[in-house]
Design a protein around this ligand. Structure first.
Ligand SMILES: C[S@@+](CC[C@H](N)C(=O)[O-])C[C@H]1O[C@@H](n2cnc3c(N)ncnc32)[C@H](O)[C@@H]1O
Length: 85
């Protein structure tokens, strides 16, 4: 297995070089225009008939039970304030 760092807005791969793309938990950081560019890039690097799969995290659907409403979001805020990534 190889790993490579790149930008989803300009993937460093030739056309039709993969069977599939898996794009997880990152579309939320893109503007609408950037997302359209990224999707075009995924389509470009996947072979015809290949698969592009996009998954996103829905923080509002995360729940810790029993707990007061919003505890998960306050946890994220505390985590961010602490400088974690
Ligand atoms: C919430 S993490 C998700 C990481 C991983 N995909 C996962 O599901 O565990 C979001 C990632 O998106 C990356 N990211 C944000 N904008 C990007 C861009 N334009 N190109 C490539 N990566 C980007 C960030 O560096 C970060 O690693």
């Amino acid at each position: 297995m190889e790993a490579q760092v790149g930008r989803v807005l300009a993937l460093p791969y030739p056309d039709a070089s993969f069977d599939a793309v898996w794009f997880a938990n990152t579309s939320q950081y893109l503007t609408d225009d950037e997302l359209m560019t990224a999707l075009a890039e995924f389509r470009r690097v996947v072979r015809p008939g290949g698969l592009v799969a996009v998954k996103e995290h829905a923080g509002a659907l995360t729940a810790i039970m029993p707990a007061p409403p919003g505890v998960t979001l306050r946890g994220y805020a505390a985590w961010a304030a602490a400088g974690s990534t």
